[in-house]
Every structure is written in structure tokens, then in C-alpha cells.
Design a binder for this molecule. Structure first.
Ligand SMILES: Cc1ncc(COP(=O)(O)O)c(C=O)c1O
Length: 496
């Protein structure tokens, strides 16, 4: 089997058995102590292993080669273009990896006394300050470990604020139907009831629908700006004013901050509370699930409710505040995902206050360039300029029996990671493409050429390769229904 990547090179790939299937018991990759029959320390006796651990018998090179080969099956941001809409899969500069491995940062214990980690605390405090300025919401917690975790934290703070005013009946969170699935899930986890807002025909929040659903039971509106169609909520100031007039607060999903960074501040728009997916906007993309960090920035209203512990500067010294009267308490075991947070700070500092806006400008320019090149070949559900990601659909290709899934799978054969598919849910056959600022014009052109090639094959009725794709990677088209409904999660040794 062969595999193509974005640069067009091909590598030979073979099926890769599990380590357990490869095992031959006479080898060891790591020397473990033998199993003791007894021990001088009677208190430990009960805890000693009596049977072998069942670790596959393999030598170190066999284990290393296994994992390196598996890693080569994957498409990563370091192997090719990764235009996953809403995920901001930007390049993670190598210097970040050097930085986070410095012993003074990598080797400290999360519970180390604050006097011994003043340098690290200074960096994290600096990040708090920077995120406060970038968002226009000056008070920041670095604790949440993902965007969704930030959502949960933010809604918990909003709930605590309402409770502190005796507004215990405010338990509804309004969520537009275009929202990312984590929004209603996080609100529900925070003990709230979600009510869906139907979007207007242009994909934006429908002001009449919003006003009709606002009541003295509503705690917050959760919105994403730019929204998940890649468009800026042009009535954002009005939206926030209506929510505030009704006694509720506005929660901003900051996953799309890449379109705004250095140009516009959610706090200035009227948003009260915002999580920032620093693992998107400020590098360390977390394709595949983690690690991430979702700091939350809030205005003065919500500041007393921020989680503890948090870092404060007092007389040139950094202190960890562990208790605060109104705080919702800790939401993470330590100060936050320090490695991800430091990478974010490095990215921010590399641009500096003066050049941060270039992130958003280049990201938006790249998305609009793609939109411009593809707009005649693919249906554009919401015309006009987009922000940092552009939304297309498969409407034109449907006529030839081709759907979004086929287009996405064919992209794999052509060397690209597919875009986000079938999201946002309000758009039939959605394809959400987010190039970020890190890509060159050559790379973006190559992607557009591939998309145009697919559209042209469709138009000519030449659809066999599309329906069978992907044919080049080691895993071809999967039965996704069975994978989801009947996953095989346990390995059974059926070799004998
Ligand atoms: C719009 C939006 N909101 C929230 C999230 C959740 O962020 P995370 O994956 O860090 O939990 C995502 C993630 O993709 C997103 O795209």
C-alpha cells in the first residue's frame, strides 16, 4: 500500500499488527524487577504482583519501530495542510517545543511552593494579562483544560452570579442552532436548561427570535462570533444590549478568535465572559483530542466568581491565591495545562502587541482567497466575504450523486486532510474550510486545485474514484456506522 502526502511523496506502508500479536516472550524492551515471593516489609506484601503483568515480550527497537510506523499512518499538521474548519489547525512553531522542555518549566511540580517557581508564575501571569487585553475582558483564569471545559467554567460563574443576586430561577441558557455541540452540553453539565434559537436565513442570530425567548428565567445567551458559518454577527452590539436589558449575561465561545485577534475585542462588543481556545488561536493545535487549554476571561461583574487557585502580582512577587469568598472553586488540579499555556504565550510574544493583528488579517485573507477560487465550483450558502473560514456545500455535486463525504474522502487521496464536514448542522452537506495564517499561497493553491479537480470530475460524470475514495491510505473507506454502533474496543487473543 502507498500513501500520498501534500508534497506528493509516497511511502510504502504495510499492515501493522498489535504489539500483543507481535510478542515473542523471550525479549524485553524494559527491565522490570522480578516477582517477589515474599518481602521483608510485611505492610507491602499485599500489594506485590503475584502474576506476570502481561506486557508483550518485545525488544526496544521493535516497540519503537511499531509506534513510529503507526505515526506515519497519520496526517498531522507537520505532514500537510489541515484545513479543519472551526479547529484552527495552525502550525506549531518548533521553538515552542524547545521552550516548554526547559528544565525550569518542564521539571517543576504543580504543587511546588510559589517562592521556588516565581519565573513560571511570572510567565503565566503575563499570559493572563495578555489574554485580558486581547479579549477586552481583564480578569482571566488559566485553569480550564479545553474549550468545552472553559464553557463549563464560564456558565458556572454566570450561574453563581445570578445566585448571588437571589435570581435562582435563571436556569435557561439560550444557544443558537448553529452552535458547536459542546455549548449546550456544557450548559447542561452546569445544571442549566438549554433552549435553542433558530438562526435567521443569513445564518446569524435572529433578533426577533432572541427577544421572544428572553425572559426572567434566562441566565445567558451563548454565542460564537464569528459564528460557525464563518460570518461575523453584524448585530452583536444590539444582541448583547437586548440580553443585558433582560437581566441575563452573554457568554462568548471564543473558538473563532483567530478572526478577531488584534483587530476587535469581544469585551468591547458587550460579551461578559469568553473562553479562549489557546490551543487553536495561539498554536498547539489539538487534532485527535488533546492536550488543550481553554482560559476564561471575564469582566468586572464576574471577576469575584473566578476559579481558584489563580495567580496575582503583589509588590513585585507572584502569589497563588487559593481561596476567595465568591469563587466557584477549582476546576482543574493545578494552575492549568502549563505546557499549552506557555506555547500560547510564546506565540503571542512572537508577534507582539504591534503585530498581533496580522494573525487575523492573514487568516481572513487566506479564507477569502479560497472562497474566491472555489465559489463558482461549489455552492456558497451565505454569500459575501467570510472571516477566518469559508463555508461551502455539496449542492452542485449532489446532482451527480456525489456528497460531501465523497469529496472529503477524495481529498485524502489527493494528499490533504479533509475540511470539517457536516458542520454547522444548520447547513445541508456543509464543508467548513479553515486555512489559518500559517499556510503559503502555494499550499492553498494546491488545495484549491484539488477541490477544483474534484468538482470537474463530478461535472464530467467521472465519479468512480470519488465514490471509492480513499484508495491510497492503509485504511480505505470504513463502515462508519458499524464503527460507531459496534466498535470493537477490546483485543482478544485468538491466535491459538
Ligand atoms: C466553535 C467551537 N466551540 C467550542 C469548541 C470546543 O473546544 P475544545 O475542543 O477545546 O473543547 C470547539 C472545538 O472544536 C469549537 O469549534
Amino acid at each position: 500500500m502507498t500513501n500520498a502526502n501534500a508534497s506528493g511523496t509516497r511511502g510504502l506502508m504495510h499492515e501493522e499488527p498489535l504489539l500483543f500479536e507481535r510478542a515473542h516472550r523471550n525479549a524485553e524492551a524494559i527491565a522490570l524487577p522480578g516477582i517477589a515471593d515474599d518481602t521483608a516489609d510485611a505492610t507491602l506484601a499485599d500489594f506485590l504482583r503475584r502474576t506476570p503483568a502481561g506486557i508483550p515480550g518485545l525488544s526496544e527497537p521493535e516497540v519503537v519501530r511499531h509506534f513510529v510506523r503507526l505515526s506515519q499512518w497519520n496526517h498531522g499538521i507537520e505532514t500537510g495542510f489541515y484545513p479543519l474548519g472551526s479547529c484552527t489547525m495552525k502550525y506549531n512553531p518548533r521553538v515552542h517545543e524547545h521552550l516548554v522542555r526547559l528544565p525550569g518549566l518542564a521539571d517543576v511540580h504543580p504543587e511546588q511552593p510559589e517562592d521556588t517557581v516565581q519565573g513560571l508564575l511570572a510567565l503565566l501571569y503575563r499570559l493572563q494579562q495578555a489574554l485580558g487585553e486581547i479579549s477586552g475582558l481583564p480578569h482571566v483564569t488559566l485553569q480550564p483544560a479545553a474549550g468545552a471545559h472553559g464553557e463549563l467554567t464560564g456558565i458556572m460563574m454566570i450561574r453563581a452570579w445570578h445566585d448571588s443576586r437571589g435570581d435562582h430561577q435563571r436556569r435557561i441558557v439560550l444557544v443558537p442552532d448553529s452552535a458547536h455541540g459542546t455549548n449546550p452540553a456544557s450548559a447542561a453539565l452546569a445544571g442549566m436548561r438549554t433552549v435553542e434559537l433558530k438562526s435567521a436565513a443569513n445564518g446569524q442570530i435572529d433578533l426577533d427570535e432572541l427577544s421572544a425567548k428572553l425572559s426572567d428565567e434566562v441566565a445567558a445567551l451563548m454565542l460564537t462570533n464569528p459564528n460557525t458559518t464563518g460570518h461575523f454577527e453584524s448585530r452583536i452590539a444590539d444582541i448583547c444590549a437586548r440580553v443585558h436589558e433582560a437581566g441575563a449575561l452573554v457568554y462568548g465561545d471564543g473558538a473563532n478568535l483567530n478572526a478577531l485577534v488584534g483587530k476587535a475585542r469581544p469585551g468591547d462588543m458587550g460579551i461578559d465572559c469568553l473562553h479562549i481556545n489557546v490551543h487553536k488561536t495561539f498554536s498547539t493545535p489539538h487534532g485527535g483530542g488533546g492536550p488543550g487549554a481553554g482560559p476564561v476571561a471575564v469582566n468586572d461583574t464576574l471577576a469575584p466568581f473566578l476559579p481558584v487557585p489563580r495567580i496575582e502580582a503583589r509588590d513585585g512577587h507572584f502569589v497563588i491565591v487559593r481561596e476567595d469568598e465568591h469563587s466557584i472553586g477549582p476546576v482543574f488540579g493545578a494552575l492549568g495545562q502549563v505546557g499549552v499555556l506557555l506555547r500560547a504565550l510564546a506565540y503571542i510574544m512572537a508577534f507582539g502587541r504591534e503585530h498581533l493583528h496580522r494573525i487575523a488579517e492573514d487568516a481572513v485573507l487566506n479564507a477569502n482567497y479560497i472562497l474566491h477560487r472555489l465559489k463558482d465550483a461549489y455552492h456558497v450558502p451565505f454569500p459575501g466575504l467570510c472571516k477566518h473560514e469559508c463555508l461551502l456545500t455539496d449542492k452542485l455535486q449532489n446532482r451527480h450523486g456525489i456528497k460531501t463525504l465523497d469529496i472529503a474522502k477524495r481529498l485524502i487521496d489527493l494528499g490533504f486532510h479533509p475540511m470539517t464536514v457536516y458542520f454547522p448542522l444548520i447547513v445541508h452537506g456543509a464543508m467548513l474550510i479553515e486555512p489559518t495564517e500559517s499556510e503559503s499561497k502555494q499550499t492553498i493553491d494546491a488545495f484549491c486545485d484539488a477541490m477544483l479537480e474534484i468538482a470537474e470530475s463530478c461535472a464530467k460524470g467521472d465519479i468512480e474514484a470519488l465514490q471509492q475514495a480513499p484508495m491510497l491510505p492503509i485504511r480505505t473507506r470504513l463502515d462508519e456506522t458499524s464503527a460507531a454502533r459496534r466498535p470493537r474496543l477490546v483485543w482478544k487473543d485468538d491466535r491459538n
